[in-house]
Ligand binder design. Structure first.
Ligand code: PLP
Length: 501
């Protein structure tokens, strides 16, 4: 029988994997200022790996067969609860990521709302425009409507009045970020909690980024506003060990103020002829390896370790902040572990491309001009960046000069013009009937226009080295159009458009 794919030797396997990774950014290089949360401690990785290996074959699905899962989860949730100033009433769940934690909170809030009311309506979610899209994703999966409200353009914190105005009798959840991913600014949790409490509305604090950083920043003397269970009215909190607790990716926690609230987040099924299913999280089968790694990392570092690492972040952030201000950029709001800067006159997408050419990964952000938020550059700052931040700022200075001298690209004017026209003729949001019609039209025309689109975007040959044109094009189109385009493009990338996979 002809084998569909050949068996490889261990050497061949790792040679191939190394080859696949040859164009990857290197998280341990200290040159990533986005996505990677690097402590810079090699021994920590060893310990995480050893713990993973010891538990990787155990399935969290059946915690009666592997009761270590219960013990490890109880410890991890306990640490998170103490960090968030929770009491013995708090109940939590270990999940595989911030998105999953937010999903569980949204599900709980939705069911609490609907069961409390006893009738079906479309529940609404009120969030600042800066909240992470995992809320939109949860809403899309679970049938809620999202209302994104403006933030103060100076402080980049949620506008409490706007939150108040967006609340209706159908509001099932209000959420705040501590801090948001975009600018690292913390929303006015206390004031928002009061508004939510007035309407007896579930109030979630998304501390996925800050949960394992802000408490240590406060201990080190930083002025951190109250954002956790010490604030009355906070119903649930999400916080991610795989961000600033430096656990390997696949680690988050969601906490509920009372175990009663957690009831609404779980799933149980005894309607099939098999074993009783009780899932505390969204996923069912899960390797216990991630939980074991998280347990190991949290206990290896302890509070002392986190304070030391947080000190490095603060130093790096302050050095970068002074550096970019010296170059004429404006640091936005009051940054915490994330810092963003903007410019009145420089094309930040091109700046980001130039930095990527030098091996630095910064994240350009589109902004929301309608809400007074300009485009910006985002930097996630980690302890490892303390070692590289001076060099990064020096390169930023050179790239700034370079971009200032670059002639405007031909595509720029074209893209802006096209964007303007598209904005005028395309709705920002489609109603269901129009979206259905558009999707049917797409089904007919993608085969013809799809390849041309990929070619026009320069994606025929794989991921382009310069992303600024694509970013600018996407940023100048209405979101509803761009969402369709990016979905198509990503499907093509994974199917192997361009580069052979
Ligand atoms: C504020 C915030 N919330 C939620 C998430 C989602 O987390 P994850 O990517 O772990 O699903 C992120 C991710 O960056 C985030 O920054």
């Amino acid at each position: 029988m002809n084998s569909q794919w050949p068996s490889l030797s261990k050497e061949q396997i790792f040679a191939r994997l190394r080859e696949y990774a040859s164009e990857d950014a290197e998280p341990s290089s200290g040159r990533l200022f986005t996505i990677a949360f690097e402590s810079g401690l090699d021994d920590l990785k060893e310990i995480a790996l050893e713990a993973f290996r010891a538990f990787m074959d155990k399935n969290m699905l059946d915690f009666t067969e592997f009761p270590s899962v219960i013990r490890m989860e109880r410890d991890v949730v306990g640490i998170a609860t103490r960090l968030m100033n929770g009491d013995e009433q708090v109940a939590g769940t270990y999940t595989f990521g911030g998105t999953e934690s937010v999903f569980l909170a949204v599900k709980a809030a939705r069911d609490w709302f609907i069961l409390g009311r006893g009738t079906i309506t479309i529940p609404e979610l009120v969030i600042p425009v800066t909240a992470h899209p995992c809320f939109d994703k949860a809403a899309e999966y679970m049938g809620l409507k999202v209302k994104r409200v403006k933030v103060d353009p100076e402080t980049l914190q949620a506008d409490v009045e706007a939150v108040k105005e967006a609340i209706t009798e159908n509001t099932a959840m209000v959420a705040a970020s501590a801090p948001n991913w975009l600018f690292g600014t913390v929303d006015p949790v206390k004031e928002m909690a009061e508004v939510a409490q007035d309407g007896r509305i579930w109030f979630h604090v998304d501390a996925c980024v800050g949960g394992f950083a802000l408490p240590f920043m406060r201990k080190l003397g930083e002025d951190v506003p109250d954002f956790d269970f010490s604030v009355e009215g906070v119903t649930s909190i999400s916080l991610d060990p795989h961000k600033y607790a430096y656990a390997p990716i696949g680690a988050s926690v969601v906490l509920f103020r009372k175990e009663y609230y957690k009831m609404y987040s779980q799933f149980a099924c005894l309607r099939w002829p098999g074993y009783p299913i009780v899932n505390p999280a969204v996923l069912s089968s899960r390797s216990a390896g991630h939980l074991a790694s998280t347990w190991a990392v949290l206990h290896y570092l302890g509070e002392e370790g986190y304070l030391r690492l947080t000190r490095s972040i603060i130093e790096a952030r302050d050095l970068i902040s002074r550096g970019v201000e010296k170059l004429g950029y404006r640091v936005m709001g009051r940054p915490t572990v994330i810092l963003a800067f903007t410019s009145e006159d420089l094309n930040l997408f091109r700046l980001s491309d130039e930095m990527t050419k030098r091996g630095w990964y910064l994240l350009p952000q589109r902004g929301v001009p309608e809400m007074g938020i300009p485009p910006s550059v985002h930097l996630t700052i980690t302890p490892l960046n303390r070692r590289t931040c001076d060099e990064m700022v020096r390169d930023l200075e050179e790239c700034t000069d370079l971009v200032r001298r670059l002639p405007p690209s031909e595509a720029e004017g074209l893209i802006e013009g096209l964007g303007l026209i598209m904005r005028l003729i395309t709705p920002q949001e489609f109603d269901l009937a129009s979206l259905g019609a558009l999707m049917r039209e797409l089904e007919r025309s993608l085969e013809v226009y799809g390849p041309a689109l990929l070619k026009a975007l320069g994606l025929k040959e794989g991921l382009p080295k310069e992303m600024s044109t694509i970013y600018q094009l996407f940023n100048n189109l209405p979101p509803s159009v761009t969402e369709l385009l990016v979905n198509y493009v990503v499907i093509q990338l994974f199917r192997g458009a361009g580069r052979p996979v």
